[in-house]
Design a protein around this ligand. Structure first.
Ligand SMILES: N=c1c2ncn([C@@H]3O[C@H](COP(=O)(O)OP(=O)(O)OP(=O)(O)O)[C@@H](O)[C@H]3O)c2ncn1[C@@H]1O[C@H](COP(=O)(O)O)[C@@H](O)[C@H]1O
Length: 112
């Protein structure tokens, strides 16, 4: 069963200018035409807007801005030939491993 992440990722892939995406018809194609830094700039903007919504204690706006942030992260993943499932797999790999334990292990390994 395809999820919304799968479907949006597939749409993003299809909108790539190299695959015929038209910058005059498609936001994704227009952004990708501007080059990799344009996507990074949007991610920075959307992350900042997410922080501002949280500081304003506006839960609905937080959801809206996180959706913008995730959407632009999906474009970034496509640029790097990665799929949302790769991120889900990484989260699954980490499942049950405390961040504090992971950090302690990392610090221990760096000291070796
Ligand atoms: N999920 C989204 C989505 N979320 C946000 N956005 C766009 O991302 C932009 C967010 O930037 P801002 O909030 O800063 O708004 P802005 O000032 O208009 O943006 P800029 O002028 O700075 O680029 C807006 O233009 C939103 O409309 C999205 N555009 C497209 N999608 C998905 O991508 C698909 C393909 O879209 P097209 O490429 O446009 O066909 C769509 O069918 C949707 O499923």
């Amino acid at each position: 069963m395809s999820t919304i992440l799968d479907r949006v990722a597939a749409t993003i892939a299809a909108r790539h200018p190299a695959h015929g995406g038209d910058p005059n018809q498609s936001y994704v194609a227009k952004l990708l035409t501007k080059g990799p830094d344009a996507v990074l700039k949007k991610i920075g903007e959307e992350a900042t807007e997410t922080v501002m919504a949280a500081k304003d204690a506006n839960p609905d706006q937080v959801v809206y801005e996180v959706a913008d942030l995730w959407f632009h992260c999906l474009i970034l993943l496509a640029q790097h030939d990665r799929h949302p499932q790769d991120v889900l797999n990484e989260l699954a790999r980490r499942e049950g491993l405390s961040g504090l334990v992971e950090k302690a292990q990392r610090t221990e390994n760096q000291a070796d």
